[in-house]
Design a protein around this ligand. Structure first.
Ligand SMILES: [Zn+2]
Length: 1113
């Protein structure tokens, strides 16, 4: 139907003539004309805006409140009201004001014999019930009971009326009082009984709509605790589970499966996680805090619950929240707050800028001896000095800080000692002949270890046992991984301090790995996979006989005995974080992740070892305490697996693996219910290739702190010190006593001539940081690409080194990474929320990184680019977040006039360049908004407080890309490292004088241009992840068609009038005891009248006085 302006104006004419129509014939004509206009949605809204609902209600009241109601007019009026009412959100209130609510209820009571009229009344009651007070009013007048008793056991007659009754009943269940009334009267068991009856007798599937409507009723009725309880105690889950099994077999019954499954999910009783405490298994005594602080449950705030770095607005609602979050205070956007520390504290950071003081005299010497001079001067003399200066000079400014720093160091030392207790021989094979490797924590046995960090590697490696066994392994299986040396890794691990004192290395980290030869496409989602998995989970609740339910791994109990045929789990190694494994069925395991150290939240990252498998059997794994509300695991992402056997056969690869993957809300709750947390299950199935293999499974490609240290050592050894100035220093010690490395990379000057030194000291700075969030290991892989590129002989790398000085802090959160946390540091704080005022004791790495930046600022050399590398779990591609005042104000819809605001638009240069050269990068996923909730993040603080125009967060998807040449592929370490390279290359675009020449050359041989992809947000998941919001409601169009079919069903009307109406088969119903009194209700129910009289006050308010079933004026 067209909705021309003329139809709108004729609509208005019709409404006003309806208001004034005197005789029946003209009223009927107007009603018919209106009905013909109404299918158009816009016209309905127009009619509502012109008081159409009120006029229709008045027409209804006028025609019903006579001694002989005029049904010829009432029927079309009711039909129109139903159609208009479903679009009018205030219809309930309007009906109450017009006195039409009880009047319609009475019309229903009078017309139960007349199916058509009854149906029309029920449809109208359904729309009236959109208002809570109307729904309650109907219940107070026994409407719920009347309608409930209109629902019969299985029949083939009057299906329209029955469906309308069920829908009206469901609509009434929108209020707490109505639900509790339904529960107390036992109607839930009645509806279950009805559902079962219709299900078992409707063999021809002619009443699917009725069965669906009954499920709707159950959904509404179980929206309260008592409702759920009643549903459970009446065997609702078992009944629905059984009916669903039949529905699954027939395509036409498909529509009943989803509401049944969601209903069961909703009503499954909450099951506490099988843990002694919700708290992390790892606690760390914090300086300046009482030890039992760790028992306080940390409730994550809103912003950290949405735990990726930046706003992840998948849906409209989220988007609105995000807009509310935008900073619209111009002062906060533009003015720099006072520095967080006195400027006297800044000069000590000069030690982190050796390139500014080094005289490069060695460059004038001949090449042979020069090498050795350089490599030794590269490291330790600087390091020893700086370590001591950190702890002594650093805190001199304040006495209290000085005291805290002493306390801070003591736990670290204690830890070191406990670590040294694990003085095992270095390399031992596991029970399976290979697999985990014991870490040689022999550090303390060697003199002079402390303060001489990077040299111990060799000493550790010199341990004879370690050498021989490692050598044997290497000799036999020879791994050759670029920039990786197992022996060096092994030695570096000896110095890594973990809370539990890890003494075992995970094989993949020790041995190393290469990206697999081919690309890895995203996995396709099997249709209805989630439903299948959820049904398997529900089955656990029903039949406990075939369940094993045995704990097979517990981080806190190493003496655990488990069945000989069950899988073995292990996670007590760096970055590992499996807390508990429970064998559920023969080939199915529930896995519980360890919460972040010192708190009871933030579970997402996982990394564990599994062994004792048989080959080619589908093992189902369920990680049951994930916290994010959605995951890329629903959009083609797979976990990664490393097989030791494969590695020793020459294929040392982490591979994307797993089938039947999905991520959905489950029915688990915290062990002690202190925290209201919703948990999600990540489930995946793995067929292991080899029996008795040792495999590792992880959320993403692991990258340990030890790997970071070993990698820096390898790089340092690889560079030509006459060309590349490479310095590795300690930024500061961490809380747990590890060192946080900072790396300087730039080109050595051509000579020690003052002109060359002057050029070097005038190079602009680029500051890069990463891995502040330990679970975002992709950040480390991108960083690895950046570091290797900057140390390479590539021409562009050389140009970049000559153009810039790079200060890189590759791992801002070593302690978190080591202890396998997802989000936080061992202080249980999200370090990327500490930048505004970082605590020197509790967030030392942030405090000193900010100090380094303050220092650069104080000498007038604020970095040209700052970028913090992160990982993103809910979006695809790689993208940047930056900061722009104008874009923030525009996006927020702020009224501030931005025309006069000056802003340098070159914050877009790097993203634009990356869009041209980096295949994984998506320009359209970038934004430059400053959110209030991100005001303490690195990106915003460096932009606002250091005045760095190009201050970014770089987000890399854990999954893959939906655009460009990697479209449909998951990102591997190769692609992530490539991204690190491309980021460096994009810096040419901001290098002075270099831009035109090199950018042209660079882009000329790269044919990539990301395809414009404006849909970077995921579409809604094909299956409902949440069940809390799920409700199978009638679509507006359904009601529309119900009205139309009732209007068309002239036959039924006749039938009723001949006395074959609804009451007849209701009377004939057997076995449905609740309906035994139905007759009393249907025919002028005595009780209802009494109650109506009892409610006289209300009735008068409605302008209707009802007595003896007669509607009077
Ligand atoms: Zn992050």
């Amino acid at each position: 139907m067209t909705t021309s302006p003329s139809s709108s104006s004729s609509l208005e004419d019709l409404i006003s003539s309806l208001q004034n129509a005197g005789d029946m014939e003209s009223t009927l004509n107007i009603l018919t004309a209106l009905d013909q206009l109404l299918p158009a949605d816009r016209l309905i809204r127009h009619l509502i805006s012109k008081r159409g609902s009120e006029v229709l209600l008045t027409t209804l009241v006028n025609n019903a409140c006579t001694s002989s109601p005029n049904y010829t007019i009432l029927l079309p009026v009711l039909h129109l009201l139903a159609k208009v009412g479903q679009r009018d959100r205030r219809i309930g209130m309007k009906a109450e004001e017009a006195g039409a609510v009880l009047l319609t209820l009475n019309l229903l009571k009078h017309n139960v014999k007349h199916a058509r009229m009854a149906t029309a009344c029920l449809l109208v009651i359904q729309v009236f019930s959109s208002s809570v007070s109307t729904a309650n009013l109907i219940r107070e007048n026994h409407g719920l009971d009347v309608i409930y008793h209109l629902i019969p056991l299985y029949t083939t007659k009057h299906l329209h009326t029955i469906k309308a009754a069920i829908n009206a009943f469901a609509a009434l269940l929108c209020t707490k009082a109505n639900i509790s009334s339904v529960v107390s009267k036992g109607y839930i068991s009645g509806i279950l009984l009805l559902y079962n009856d219709w299900h078992s007798k409707d063999n021809q599937h002619v009443a699917i709509a009725i069965r669906h409507a009954l499920l709707c009723c159950l959904h509404k009725a179980t929206n309260s605790k008592a409702g759920k309880q009643a549903f459970l105690s009446q065997g609702g889950i078992r009944l629905l589970y059984q009916t669903t099994q039949t529905c699954l077999k027939s395509k036409s019954l498909e529509v009943l499966v989803e509401p049944s499954v969601q209903l069961m999910r909703k009503c499954l009783p909450k099951t506490p996680l099988s843990l002694a405490s919700d708290h992390s298994a790892y606690t760390f005594p914090l300086p300046g805090r009482p030890h039992d602080i760790s028992d306080v449950d940390v409730v994550p705030d809103e912003s950290s619950e949405e735990s990726d770095e930046e706003a992840e607005n998948n849906q409209e609602a989220d988007k609105r929240d995000c807009d509310d979050d935008l900073e619209t205070d111009l002062d906060k956007l533009r003015l720099c707050p006072e520095p967080d520390r006195p400027k006297e504290l800044l000069p000590q950071y000069s030690r982190l800028f050796p390139e500014r003081s080094h005289d490069f005299q060695e460059l004038d010497l001949t090449s042979e001896p020069m090498n050795s001079t350089l490599s030794s001067s590269n490291e330790e003399p600087v390091l020893v000095d700086t370590t001591s200066s950190i702890s002594s000079t650093f805190y001199d400014g304040s006495h209290s800080k000085s005291e805290m720093s002493i306390r801070r160091h003591s736990p670290g030392d204690a830890l070191l000692e406990s670590c040294e207790l694990h003085s095992y021989c270095n390399l031992v094979s596991t029970r399976t002949g290979f697999g985990t490797v014991f870490k040689g924590a022999t550090g303390g046995a060697h003199p002079g270890h402390k303060g001489n960090e990077y040299d111990q590697d060799e000493e550790g490696a010199r341990d004879p046992f370690c050498c021989s066994t490692t050598d044997k392994l290497l000799e036999r299986h020879g791994a050759c991984i670029p920039h990786h040396d197992p022996k060096l890794y092994h030695a570096a691990a000896a110095k890594t301090k973990s809370i539990p004192g890890f003494s075992i290395l995970a094989f993949p980290d020790f041995w190393g790995h290469l990206p697999p030869p081919g690309h890895e496409p995203m996995s396709s989602r099997k249709p209805n996979i989630q439903r299948q998995k959820v049904l398997e989970d529900i089955q656990r609740f029903l039949s406990t006989d075939d369940m094993i339910n045995q704990v097979v791994f517990d981080l806190a109990d190493s003496s655990l005995q488990c069945r000989p045929d069950s899988l073995r789990f292990f996670s007590k190694f760096e970055c590992g974080n499996l807390r508990k494994a429970i064998q559920v069925r023969r080939y199915e395991y529930d896995l519980i992740l360890n919460a972040d150290a010192n708190c009871s939240a933030h579970t997402q990252w996982f990394y564990f070892e599994v062994s004792n498998m048989v080959e080619d059997v589908p093992y189902r794994f369920n990680i049951i305490n994930c916290e994010k509300t959605n995951s890329q695991f629903n959009y083609g992402m797979q976990p990664v697996l490393y097989s030791v056997r494969e590695a020793l056969e020459g294929r040392p690869h982490w591979v994307r693996t797993g089938t039947e993957i999905c991520y959905f809300r489950n029915h688990f709750c915290t062990a002690h219910g202190k925290r209201r947390t919703t948990f999600y299950t990540l489930t995946f199935t793995i067929n292991f290739k080899h029996k008795e293999d040792v495999c590792y499974l992880a959320y993403h490609y692991p990258f340990t702190y030890t790997a970071q240290k070993a990698h820096l050592k390898m790089l340092q050894n690889s560079v030509d010190p006459t060309k590349i100035f490479f310095r590795q220093q300690i930024l500061c010690p961490t809380l747990a006593g590890n060192s946080c490395p900072v790396v300087t990379i730039t080109a050595c000057p051509a000579s020690s001539d003052w002109k060359d030194l002057y050029q070097l000291r005038n190079r602009p700075y680029i500051v890069l940081t990463g891995r502040v969030h330990p679970g975002e290991s992709n950040a480390s892989w991108v960083m690895k690409g950046t570091l290797e590129f900057l140390c390479s002989n590539d021409m562009v790398a050389q140009i970049l080194r000559e153009a810039f000085v790079f200060k890189i802090i590759p791992m801002l959160n070593p302690d978190g990474v080591i202890n396998g946390t997802s989000r936080c540091d061992v202080s249980s704080e999200d370090l990327n929320r500490q930048w505004s005022k970082p605590d020197p004791t509790l967030s030392p790495t942030i405090y000193h990184t900010k100090g380094l930046l303050y220092y650069l600022n104080s000498i007038g050399r604020a970095p040209q680019v700052f970028c913090d590398y992160h990982g993103h779990s809910r979006k695809k591609n790689v993208f940047l977040y930056g900061c722009s005042v104008k874009e923030t104000l525009w996006q927020s819809g702020s009224t501030i006039d931005t025309i006069g605001l000056k802003e340098d638009p070159r914050y877009r240069t790097i993203p634009k360049t990356l869009d041209c050269i980096a295949p994984a990068f998506s320009f359209n996923s970038c934004n430059y908004l400053v959110e209030k909730s991100r005001s303490a993040t690195a990106r915003v603080v460096v932009w606002r407080e250091m005045g760095v125009l190009r201050s970014y967060t770089m987000e890399s998807s854990f999954n893959g890309c939906d655009q460009g040449i990697y479209k449909g592929l998951q990102l591997g370490t190769r692609e992530l490292q490539e991204m690190g390279v491309k980021f460096c290359q994009s810096l040419l675009s901001v290098a002075k004088d270099l831009k035109p020449l090199y950018i042209k050359r660079l882009t000329s041989h790269i044919d990539h241009k990301s395809i414009n992809c404006f849909e970077d947000d995921e579409p809604p998941c094909v299956e409902e992840i949440e069940y809390s919001t799920y409700c199978p409601t009638l679509q507006a169009t359904d009601l529309h068609s119900d009205v139309n079919s009732n209007m068309a069903s002239g036959d039924e009307m006749e039938e009723c009038e001949e006395g074959h109406g609804a009451a007849k088969y209701w009377q004939g119903c057997v076995g449905h005891s609740d309906h035994s009194s139905i007759k009393g209700h249907l025919f002028l129910p005595q009780t209802s009248t009494e109650t109506l009289n009892g409610k006289k006050k209300r009735n008068k308010c409605n302008g209707v006085n009802a007595a003896n079933g007669q509607i009077l004026h």
